[in-house]
Design a protein. Structure first.
Lengths: 561, 330, 316
């Protein structure tokens, strides 16, 4: 008897619709137009779409309508969604402005504002079909031209959007030579092509696998072409809520939209919406649990592992967790002494016990990782044979490398995401002592860490969740990648990764990933001990709020009893 | 003031204080770098604390308040110098979170319970006494040095020196204390050494004013004029003739100020501007426990450090009060 | 008197200019601009921003002009009454400052309303009845409360009243609108410390006055004790406490910081701390100037009160 998550994941892995509920039809990762499974009859504008193509999980038929959900998180500014830098800003905007696709709490990608997509075989040309019958708050219908406007805006380098760091949008730009010898990034002339009212085509400069996933990243909200910053003044979107009040650092009030701006009835394309209002109240991380316990809020942004036991003693609270691809990379720079000797790196890795680190820091939650930065939640994950801890071999390697009396190392950690980072380093320190490695843990303030994260020879960086296994590898381990902290450079790895990124079929890609993972693991660039679990805390009256691996609050279908 | 059968030589008191503070400060500041063996430097401090206690009690026998105050202070001093020799659990090591006081969890007995991250409250409280005493005493001493120096200069030298020093003092005193401390610590960065600088900036002006007033007053005295006639160097006059005679009111002020400084340091640490985790400091313990202050049964995490710091400050205040009483009665 | 006022005001302006210039210069450093960038764009974001884009972002924020230009510009704006815009919250500084000062003023008002009568009454009582049991109790109480730092008092009150007895809410975030119940704990925390100190000083002043020869004369003359106290003693004993009350305005701004942070009350102290942590220079400048203003004014007020109450000085 397999559980629901495995069932869904299998469905995604196999790449086609599986038998089961109609909901599953919409949950497959790729829907080639030829198969036609999910592309049901095109509904007329303004009518409700056919059930089964929605990205939302099924809701309890007894769900109560009405009520207000109060969430405790840091309340940030809402200026320009394309330049959002905090997850929390997106949480406040998500019920107002939506995305083309959505990654669910199970890390499965689902269609949202676009209902199908078709890549060419070389993955350089992607045809996207915008969902029909999606109504804006002003009564207009969502069109491909409007989506194209958004994409073109993101690829304009003067905007400074971090979306340019995503593979899809980077591939929509090119480096040109300006007068004066400087190379400047410019959008491709015909990168975004509008074919008809609901279809557009992306002509990418190079093959990109993760196009649908990139449209689910948090700064890619689809705004109306009439958008002028700041969003807080003119919140016009396709979502079921609109902004009633924003006070940065204090509160953000969202109210359900019932009428369009010209007085007609507003029909949300996604079906029924239950909450009348969603309130965000500003609470710093350390005060959120206390706020829930005292009844000031109904749900919190995140529950850190240290407060888990505390939260369990709060009456009337529910705690849920989900696996994610968030992790800690205790990475070594391969071109700096003493880490330039692979024997030293390998000794460190053999002396560590990844599973034990995970269970000491997270107890029974979270799962062990194996130093190659691809997680079980990723669709193309290939489980390599685990490497057992071997202290004797570690000692032998160290003395072979010239460190018979052990070696003194320092790891720098900034606790940017919480004290669990430091706890993990301290457990690592205790473990590697047995192999003669005297590790000192150097804790620096979080802001200071960002100044040195790329220059420190041995440091612990926390990486956030990405839906595809290839994404982190591409950003962090490819030769010359912008976030390559380890200075790892291996032509075989680059080639294998490029090949994997050219394979659309998940099963085939998984087989290719075996090689990619093996190369990275054997290069011994880091100790990456665990996949961090994400916890949320909510009162038992809240339904439909699930923990998300990227800490997104997807509240559209939430309800309060 | 009652006298001992044999009066101790001049400077004994100062020497005992130095013998206590020196090793303790050295241990706190240098032990992270030099390792645990430095704790043996604390051995001479233990009898020094005992001697300090008995000497002061004998001197202040007539004031019960002063005795109580000194007892509290020396209690924490004694703990601070002897804690490396006690068999305590590691204050930084997470063992079993949220254990109630007097219970056993994960096979370990916690006399005062454990905090949110699983560290033993008893050992954190006892180790925390070192931090607060060292940083408090060092900051106050530095404030006194700087304040007294500036006050002497301004009071004795007069003229431009006086104007400059007074203006500087006025600028610093124009801030509410906490505002000044927050600004300075934000500009310099948050560490223990910067607390010393910040506290000096906020306390020195007042000390400077007092010393300046006292030296202006003393300037007209006979012995000063005699020294001037002799042709002594101004520095000599300031240090050797003037300073010892302004000493007495300063001691009482010093005790009070130690109390204020302890409050300031604890508050700053609570606000995140002082010592950084995982240092076992009482202000930090309160800060971390404030997160867990949801239920009555976890309130011990807040109460223990709060009572510890209050008892220390009470000690300083009582001693100051008692010494003041003795002054008035004499 | 007028000379005193004029000199003090001049000094205040001079100090404010010095302080603001110093602040501006210090926050103008690279380190702080970087801090602002990290706080706004996120750590990863800043680390991957190219040099050119970083400077472009700075220019957009107006952070790239040299210090003298920015400082003079700021002075001109202040003269026109425009305090600037908060970098963090994107709201006019005057609005932010006004609201937070209002909240702190409300708290402060309640503190004064309770503190003054209670402290003066207790202090005078203790002074008159010197040596009695009541005096002892009051003295012990006042020493105890001045020895407990605000943070410890806040903790103990929260534990006993909020968590244990559940009489009051434990935090004062005022999410549902203003409510006095949420103000009780911060109020009590501030009160306990202030009252203790004032009681001690009042008692000391009162005992000194009661020992004065003219009081003894009045008693020997046969005047009823009550009249003696009210007409003669109180008047003279009030000198020191009243000046201290004026000075405590200054102390309030200090103590309110930790109380507001602990109870999550959005007032001046918390705003200052947030601005300092973020490096929000505009808010910090304005807040510091307000703080300096309040401090100097309170000192001025206490000096004036001292002169007015002390007949010897007034007639001199």
């Amino acid at each position: 008897m397999i559980d629901r998550r495995t069932f869904l994941r299998l469905g995604a892995l196999l790449g086609g619709s599986t038998s089961g509920t109609r909901f599953l039809e919409a949950m497959t990762r790729i829907q080639p137009a030829a198969a036609g499974a999910g592309a049901a009859a095109v509904p007329a504008a303004g009518t409700a779409p056919a059930a089964g193509t929605l990205p939302f999980p099924p809701v309890d038929p007894d769900a109560r309508r009405g009520g207000t959900l109060r969430a405790g998180q840091m309340v940030g500014r809402m200026e320009d969604p394309a330049t959002y830098s905090w997850n929390e800003m997106s949480n406040q905007t998500r019920p107002i402005l939506e995305y083309l696709t959505m990654v669910g709490p199970d890390n499965v990608l689902r269609p949202m504002l676009m209902d199908w997509w078709k890549p060419s075989s070389d993955l350089k040309t992607w045809t996207l079909h915008v969902r029909e019958g999606v109504m804006w708050h002003n009564g207009e219908e969502l069109s491909a031209e409007q989506v194209a406007w958004n994409i073109r805006r993101w690829t304009d380098p003067t905007l400074g959007s971090s979306n340019l760091g995503l593979a899809t949008f980077a591939a929509l730009t090119e480096l040109t030579d300006e007068a004066g010898g400087k190379r400047v990034q410019r959008p491709l002339t015909n990168g975004v092509e509008v074919l008809d009212t609901h279809t557009l085509r992306l002509n990418l400069g190079k093959p990109v696998l993760s196009v649908p996933e990139d449209f689910a990243e948090y700064p890619t909200h689809i705004a109306h072409p009439s958008f002028r910053a700041p969003l807080s003044k003119h919140p016009l979107g396709t979502g079921p809520y609109t902004l009633a009040q924003l006070r940065v650092g204090e509160r953000c009030i969202l109210k359900r939209v019932t009428r369009t701006t010209d007085g007609r009835e507003f029909r949300y394309w996604g079906g029924d919406v239950y909450l009348d209002e969603i309130h965000f109240y500003h609470f710093e991380q350390e005060n959120q649990t206390a706020a829930l316990a005292s009844g000031s809020v109904d749900a919190t942004y995140e529950l850190p592992i240290e407060e888990l036991e505390l939260a369990q003693s709060i009456p009337g609270a529910q705690i849920s967790s989900v696996e994610s691809a968030q992790t800690l990379c205790c990475r070594m720079q391969v071109d700096v002494k003493p880490f330039d000797d692979i024997r030293v790196r390998r000794a460190l890795i053999l002396a560590a016990d990844n599973g034990a680190i995970g269970s000491l820091v997270f107890g029974q939650y979270g799962s062990a990782a194996a130093n190659y930065h691809v997680a079980p939640v990723h669709p193309e994950y290939f489980p390599l044979d685990p490497i057992a801890r071997d202290v004797r071999e570690a000692r032998r390697l160290l003395s072979e490398a010239g460190h018979e009396n052990g070696i003194d190392l320092t790891i720098t950690v900034g606790n940017n995401d919480g004290p669990w980072q430091q706890s993990a380093c301290e457990v690592l320190r205790d473990q590697v002592k047995e192999a003669g490695i005297r590790l000192a843990v150097n804790v620096v303030p979080a802001t200071k860490y960002w100044e040195i994260w790329k220059s420190a020879p041995f440091a612990a960086t926390s990486w956030s969740h990405r839906p595809l296994g290839t994404m982190a590898l591409s950003q962090g381990y490819r030769t010359g990648a912008s976030w390559n902290e380890t200075h790892f450079s291996d032509a075989a790895f680059d080639r294998a990764l490029a090949e994997a990124e050219a394979i659309l079929d998940v099963a085939a890609r998984r087989l290719k990933m075996r090689e990619v993972e093996r190369i990275l693991r054997d290069a011994c660039v880091m100790v990456q001990p665990f996949w961090r679990p994400v916890f949320i805390l909510a009162s038992s009256k809240v339904h439909g709020y699930r923990p998300h691996p990227a800490r997104q609050m997807q509240l559209t279908k939430a309800w309060m009893s | 003031m009652s006298r001992l059968a044999v009066s101790p030589p001049r400077g004994t008191f100062a020497m005992l204080v130095a013998l206590t503070w020196g090793p303790l400060a050295g241990f706190v500041m240098l032990a992270p770098a030099l390792g645990g063996a430095t704790r043996y430097a604390l051995l001479p401090a233990i009898p020094a604390v005992a001697a300090l206690y008995f000497l002061t009690v004998a001197r202040c026998r007539r004031s019960r308040i002063a005795v109580i105050g000194m007892s509290l202070i020396c209690f924490w001093l004694l703990i601070a110098v002897s804690v490396p020799f006690m068999h305590l659990l590691d204050p930084d090591k997470p063992i079993a979170p949220l254990a109630l006081p007097g219970t056993v969890k994960h096979g370990v007995f916690f006399l005062l319970g454990s905090d949110l991250r699983g560290r033993d409250m008893l050992s954190r409280t006892l180790w925390g006494s070192q931090r607060i005493l060292v940083w408090g005493i060092t900051s106050t001493a530095t404030a006194y040095l700087v304040g007294a120096a500036l006050g002497l200069i301004g009071g004795y030298m007069g003229g431009w020196w006086d104007e400059a020093v007074s203006f500087l003092g006025n600028v610093l005193m124009s801030f509410p204390v906490m505002v000044l401390l927050i600004l300075i610590l934000n500009l310099l960065g948050q560490s223990a050494f910067n607390i010393i600088i910040a506290v000096t900036c906020s306390s020195a002006p007042l000390i400077m004013r007092i010393v300046r007033g006292l030296s202006l007053d003393a300037k007209s005295r006979g012995y000063i004029q005699a020294a001037e006639t002799r042709g002594e160097h101004p520095l000599y006059i300031m240090l050797v003739e003037l300073l010892p005679n302004v000493r007495r009111p300063l001691i009482i002020d010093a005790c009070l100020r130690l109390g204020y400084t302890t409050v300031a340091i604890t508050t700053l640490t609570f606000l995140g501007l002082g010592l950084q985790p995982p240092d076992p400091d009482w202000g930090l313990m309160i800060k971390e426990a404030a997160t867990a202050a949801l239920l009555w049964k976890y309130s011990y995490m807040l109460i223990i450090p709060a009572l510890s710091v209050s008892s220390l400050i009470l000690g300083f205040n009582l001693l100051a009060d008692g010494l003041n009483d003795l002054e008035l009665r004499a | 008197m007028r000379k005193l006022l004029a000199r003090r005001l001049l000094q205040m302006v001079l100090i404010m200019l010095t302080v603001s210039a110093l602040l501006f210069a210090i926050f103008d450093s690279d380190q702080f601009r970087r801090r602002i960038a990290v706080a706004e764009l996120g750590g990863f974001g800043v680390a991957t921003l190219s040099e050119r884009d970083y400077h472009a972002w700075m220019a957009k924020k107006g952070l790239d002009k040299p210090f003298p230009v920015r400082y003079l510009g700021w002075l001109v704006r202040i003269a026109h009454g425009d305090l600037g815009v908060s970098l963090e919250k994107d709201v006019a500084v005057s609005t932010l400052l006004g609201e937070s000062l209002e909240h702190t003023a409300v708290l402060g008002l309640f503190v004064f309303v309770f503190m003054v009568p209670i402290a003066l009454a207790l202090g005078m009582l203790a002074g008159v009845l010197e040596g009695s049991v009541l005096d002892r109790v009051i003295s012990v109480f006042s020493i105890a409360t001045t020895s407990i730092p605000q943070i410890a008092t806040a903790v103990l009150l929260t534990v006993i009243l909020a968590l244990g007895l559940n009489w009051v809410p434990s935090k004062s975030a005022m999410l549902e609108g203003w409510s006095f119940r949420e103000l009780i704990l911060p109020l009590m925390t501030l009160l306990l410390y202030e009252v203790g100190y004032l009681v001690r000083m009042t008692r000391a002043a009162m005992t000194e006055v009661m020992a004065a020869p003219y009081i003894r004369t009045a008693i020997l003359k046969g005047l009823p004790m009550g009249r003696v106290i009210l007409k003669h003693a109180v008047r003279n004993a009030l000198i020191v406490p009243v000046t201290l009350i004026c000075l405590s305005l200054n102390g309030l701004l200090s103590q309110v910081v930790v109380v507001e942070v602990f109870f999550q009350y959005s007032g001046f102290g918390r705003m200052l701390l947030d601005a300092a942590n973020f490096g929000d220079i505009e808010v910090l400048q304005a807040a510091t100037l307000v703080a300096v203003c309040v401090a100097v004014l309170s000192q001025l007020l206490s000096d004036v009160a001292y002169v007015m109450l002390n007949p010897r000085l007034r007639l001199a």
